[in-house]
Design a protein around this ligand. Structure first.
Ligand SMILES: C[S@@+](CC[C@H](N)C(=O)[O-])C[C@H]1O[C@@H](n2cnc3c(N)ncnc32)[C@H](O)[C@@H]1O
Length: 230
């Protein structure tokens, strides 16, 4: 999987065949005109599969927009593709904090988001997401975020879940990317075992968490969407 497709986004998992995936991404409207420029700039990068696809960006935008989000937290910025989709849904006085531990990606994203004209509502924090999110919780930001999008390293998923639940408001959304482990979620082979097992455990824990209503949207590589109830 993850074979190159076109400039609308790479196939993320076995959820959609090449043709079906192509149809989906070509029938998803970019919520901001600069998103295509970000995708084009990442096309030759060896990790281009990490970039969210057109349909994922449109989905994130729609969720933030429906929610009327004014304050968003993102873990994992990369080239700023999902950051721009989410920022496009914010009002002029909104705030999006994006956490990225690779300074090179933070710089690339900052340049893109500046050119896209949305940097006035974005703060990119360069640092390790587990520590930064705990700092945010300590700075009395608990319960103050409308939406949290988690798209950083998967090994910290459970910790990100716990902190996200503390930081998001009641009625707010937590969205996790890649919860189907690139289609390997049901694969018990040795290669798939670690990632797939960790995601299976994570998904099972979320299902049992009485504080949220959740589901897995079959978009990209599976996006877990949870509404905080209490
Ligand atoms: C899948 S990419 C994010 C893609 C991005 N959301 C998009 O829409 O294109 C994951 C990003 O998380 C960053 N990352 C991984 N582990 C991290 C950590 N512990 N703290 C902060 N950033 C991390 C990586 O450097 C990478 O840029």
């Amino acid at each position: 999987m993850n074979q190159p497709l076109d400039d609308r986004g790479k196939i993320k998992s076995e959820l959609a065949s090449g043709k079906l995936h192509s149809y989906i991404v070509h029938n998803s409207k970019d919520p901001h005109p600069y998103l295509a420029t970000i995708r084009a700039s990442c096309l030759e990068h060896k990790w281009n599969f990490m970039l969210t696809t057109c349909d994922q960006a449109a989905f994130l935008y729609s969720q933030a927009r429906i929610l009327g989000a004014k304050k968003i937290l993102e873990l994992g910025c990369f080239y700023g593709h999902s950051t721009l989709a989410l920022a496009a849904a914010l009002p002029a006085d909104g705030l999006l904090i994006s956490v990225e531990h690779n300074p090179k990606f933070a710089k690339i994203a900052t340049d893109h988001l500046t050119r896209a004209g949305v940097m006035d509502r974005i703060e990119i924090i360069v640092g390790e997401a587990p520590r930064v999110t705990q700092d945010l919780a300590r700075k009395h930001e608990a319960g103050s975020f409308d939406l949290i999008f988690v798209d950083a390293d998967k090994r910290h998923s459970q910790a990100y879940w716990d902190t996200s639940l503390a930081l998001v408001r009641v009625g707010g959304l937590i969205i996790f990317d890649n919860v189907l482990a690139r289609g390997d979620i049901l694969n018990d082979s040795q290669d798939a075992a670690n990632h797939a097992t960790a995601m299976r455990e994570f998904n099972a824990n979320v299902l049992l968490d009485g504080r949220v209503q959740s589901f897995i949207a079959t978009i990209g590589d599976g996006m877990l969407v949870a509404i905080k109830n209490i």
